[in-house]
Write a protein that binds this ligand. Structure first.
Ligand SMILES: [Zn+2]
Length: 181
């Protein structure tokens, strides 16, 4: 006799089921799966049509960074590789990055430009592809003028892509900004 439900019990049971489904539906609506943001379309961090030699190596820190060089490059302008907001302009003296700029592109993506000889932006500044952010140099832990460049996602360095094309890992090849020129 104990498993015979009264009318009241059945109604309560149905109400409970209804509320459970409603709560689950609400939870699913309030907490949607967050799709990964699309990566920005990064371009080489130099003016259009300039060709730079980019070197990657397994011993580089961080490993997926690229060192860019060309003849007599000291003082050459460095361009933002994608639109964003400058969130670091710092000088670490004779160590590490030396003078460097970080740009926040949203979606967890940042780019780093290190060993600069000088700055041309300040923290909080919005930048676009055409913005000169600083100048190639030899500051920090660097022996010889070059640009140390990184792309990071959520703080971790990632393999560099320009216009969606993966950079050469590991080795040296030429890179030229041609997109959007
Ligand atoms: Zn480097």
């Amino acid at each position: 006799m104990s498993n015979i439900m009264t009318v009241e019990d059945r109604m309560r049971s149905r109400l409970t089921s209804f509320l459970s489904v409603a709560l689950l539906a609400t939870a699913a609506f309030l907490v949607p799966a967050s799709p990964a943001a699309a990566a920005p379309s990064f371009r080489t961090p130099f003016p259009c049509h300039q060709t730079w030699s980019g070197e990657t190596r397994t011993t580089h820190s961080p490993q997926y960074a690229i060192d860019f060089n060309r003849a007599d490059d000291h003082g050459d302008p460095v361009k933002a590789s994608a639109p964003g907001t400058v969130d670091v302009v710092a000088n670490l003296g004779d160590t590490s990055y030396g003078r460097y700029v970080r740009i926040n592109h949203g979606g967890g993506y940042t780019t780093y430009y290190a060993h600069l000889s000088g700055f041309n932006v300040s923290v909080g500044q919005s930048v676009g592809y055409a913005t000169t952010i600083g100048y190639v140099g030899n500051s920090g832990g660097s022996s010889g003028s070059h640009l140390h460049y990184e792309q990071r996602l959520n703080g971790s360095d990632i393999m560099v892509r320009f216009s969606g094309n993966l950079a050469l890992y590991f080795g040296t090849q030429n890179y030229t900004r041609t997109a959007g020129c």
